[in-house]
Design a protein around this ligand. Structure first.
Ligand code: NAD
Length: 363
């Protein structure tokens, strides 16, 4: 039971919670708790105007509940823009689970989580994200049909990461074409932050095309083991902001483009997989512009994964997923051109296209 002091604390938090929800214009936020398994999750449905909200489930050891809430609200909003700009009939949603991914998972835990997803009746469709695997999602699927990213052998679309990596690579080529007049990445220097599923896939494309790749990860052993297999130049996790490169590719977590990092960046373009790369959108896009760093909007170039998941909902077809992912190249060029013609930032150009699609559907 809550005592009076705790209740007033909750009252204060309630204002904070609704302020956050109102600011982001979210439709619904579900807080999930299960005592036997210790599951603590937050599912945010940002928009269902274009269709059911879709977004992965992330496990992260957040320092506090507020950090988790802010993350899920930012991520779910990003999913709305991602689906809208990619022409998908999907809304935006996301879920975060609070805890240490190496300790909290169990089959019961995932089943309980699946029941919470089911309780939303299809308004939210889940998938993999940071620290969740296809195997985890399979257990979730035993409790709800509102999942995507199931194994290929079970009629699903499998791991979305290779499609995300492919889309980021194509977005990077389009960025090179706009910036340097040629879409070849051969001879370009690229710094990749995070050598996880997407970062590694992207590095493989880059090396194949003859780029020089500087790579880092919070876990140094991941970089050192990758360097045994691929010709990368390992750098420290802080040093990544200081390396002299043509392109910086954030493929770890969000908000790495911020007050502390922008002045250090020596690149001419930012193109990466991480969601919500700009810590404060308006402020940091304008600081990038001041430094003449071309920004490829994250929700546009990292849409390959959700495009693949969407294809699963329609009856999976890999060729179709690849073809739709390839549209990222032209879409990126279109955003740069709109930004140039209208004198607005690349972020605003991309957001306007997404918002117009949502607005016309709402009518
Ligand atoms: P992942 O968990 O496989 O890899 C992330 C890697 O980043 C890990 O190796 C982690 O140790 C590292 N990392 C975390 N913080 C770091 C830091 N400060 N510095 C350096 N390294 C750090 O995740 P992923 O699937 O490769 O996704 C990467 C990013 O792309 C995430 O932000 C994710 O939300 C986003 N994204 C992924 C997909 C997808 O299909 N997987 C789709 C869209 C967006």
């Amino acid at each position: 039971m809550l005592d009076i002091e705790e209740t007033s604390e909750v009252q204060k938090n309630q204002d904070m919670i609704f302020n956050l929800i109102t600011n982001g214009e979210h439709e619904q936020v579900l807080f999930c708790y299960d005592k036997p398994t210790g599951l603590k999750a937050i599912i945010a449905v940002h928009s269902t105007v274009l269709g059911p909200s879709l977004g992965g489930t992330r496990i992260w050891n957040y320092q506090n509940d507020q950090e988790a809430l802010v993350d899920v609200l930012r991520l779910s909003r990003g999913m709305t823009y991602k689906a809208a700009i990619s022409g998908l009939n999907l809304g935006g949603g996301k879920a975060v689970i609070i805890g240490d991914a190496t300790k909290i998972k169990s089959p019961e835990f995932w089943k309980r989580y699946g029941q919470f997803v089911e309780s939303l009746g299809g308004r939210y469709i889940t998938a993999e994200d940071v620290n969740t695997t296809v195997g985890d999602i399979e257990i979730v699927a035993s409790q709800t049909k509102h999942v995507s990213g199931l194994p290929l052998e079970k009629g699903g679309s499998g791991d979305p990461s290779p499609f995300t990596a492919y889309g980021v690579y194509l977005g990077m080529k389009a960025t090179a074409k706009y910036r340097w007049g040629n879409d070849s990445l051969g001879g370009k220097k690229v710094s990749v932050q995070g050598v996880g599923k997407v970062g590694t896939g992207l590095i493989e494309y880059l090396l194949e095309e003859g780029a020089t790749v500087y790579a880092t990860d919070l876990f140094e052993d991941r970089v050192s083991s990758l360097s045994k297999r691929l010709n990368i130049i390992p750098v420290g996790s802080e040093e990544i902001y200081d390396v002299d490169v043509d392109i910086y590719a954030p493929c770890a977590l969000g908000a790495t483009i911020n007050d502390n990092t922008i002045s250090r960046l020596k690149c001419e373009a930012v193109v990466g997989a991480a969601n919500n790369q700009l810590e404060v959108e308006d402020k940091h896009i304008s600081l990038l512009k001041d430094r003449d760093i071309l920004y490829a909007p994250d929700f546009l170039v990292n849409a390959g994964g959700v495009i693949n998941c969407y294809t699963e909902l329609e009856g999976y077809n890999k060729e179709k997923a690849l073809k739709n992912t390839e549209k990222i190249y032209d879409a990126t060029l279109e955003i740069f051109s709109k930004s140039n013609t209208e004198g607005i930032s690349t972020l605003k150009a991309a957001m306007e296209i997404a918002e117009n699609r949502i607005a016309s559907n709402r009518k």
